[in-house]
Write a protein that binds this ligand. Sequence first.
Ligand code: KE4
Length: 425
Amino acid sequence: MSRNPELFERALRTIPGGVNSPVRAFRSVGGAPRFIRRAQGPYLWDADGTRYIDYIGSWGPAILGHAHPEVVRAVQDAAAGGLSFGTPTEAEIEIAEAIVARIPSIEKVRLVSSGTEATMTAIRLARGFTGRPKIVKFEGCYHGHADSLLVKAGSGLLTFGNPTSAGVPPEFIQHTLVLDYNRLASVEEAFQRHGPEIACVIVEPIAGNMNLVKPAPGFLAGLRKLCTDHGALLIFDEVMTGFRVGPQGVQGLTGIRPDLTTLAKIIGGGMPIGAFGGRADIMEQIAPVGPVYQAGTLSGNPVAVAAGLATLRLLSAPGFYDALTARTARLVSGLTERARAAGVPFSADYAGGLFGLYFSATIPTSLAEVSRCDIERFNRFFHGMLDRGVHFAPSAFEAGFVSAAHDDAVIDATLDAAQAVFATL
Ligand code: KE4
């Protein structure tokens, strides 16, 4: 008898939904989540001791594989020297220098403790720097749970959004414009109508929160030009894509320089961290230098920074991203081939160590197209794979993550399981 349902029942008594983050609750795929006891490399082990090949990767941070010995040692050594001081530390200078050295558009950077803090502050900074109230985001892009970003468009036309969460008064999102990802014309129209009031455009430069959706050719360059022409700031939310799709995130792949970038996940190696950074003239507006306030008790926490520094160093190994991308490509092409052989309408896409799986014959380019995929078939695929020891993200609207520890044998084991599951779909 599995312990997972019993643990879930017990968790529900004291934790809302039994989880500390909603997606973990298996609400969209059904069933009881697996309570993981430990992880190592590409593997998770649940409360029953059942092993899974892991494609959640803690939603991005576990790019080296779980419990990499050098990262664990860095955490142990840092913790042995004290967990948090509330003072500056040399390690914070080192990780700031490491980020600035790796991301050309980042001249100065401030650490925080989550991606939400990073995007919330980047929005405030853009409004403070420009003196303008409005922000533009895109339906299907998730930037964390700050009030002004919890907004969903109505019809996908140029519209002022409606809150997607209770507890967010309309006044809090009255300045949030929600547009369709990949529809540059809607952004042009927004700037024609509201240009002088728009502080920033925030975008996932490769979207990973409506499943994986890549930018259409010219979309990001179009956003860059519109922001430049209208004096608005372009914010690349690279919380998920930063150091995931390549050594310099999407901006390294495209050469498009945002004014601000938000990071998290990988730069903490699995420990709580976030960061926002960009042009020095903008970052100088942040307290204590400038008038835009931001603070955090555990910002730059020594243990989180130690994990992040160890991770960034290991990512800099020659050929790291070529090998990671080859593994992801092997997974994606192998799944596509086996689905085709089984006659299952399926497609998949990837960028570096990030991938998307779609039960649709064609790769989606928008949230609407993702929503038209066969979600019910995904859910059956998800559980079929889970039963065979492979744990994908428990939602058809999430991306997947490959780590350096997913070697060819792990990928092939995944493909063998998929072959059996596709036959049942
Ligand atoms: P956090 O506050 O969860 O650290 O980061 C928010 C965030 C901001 N921007 C992007 C592009 C993100 O992907 C995220 C968080 N990603 C989700 C994955 N869909 C986290 C998983 C969860 O919410 O439990």
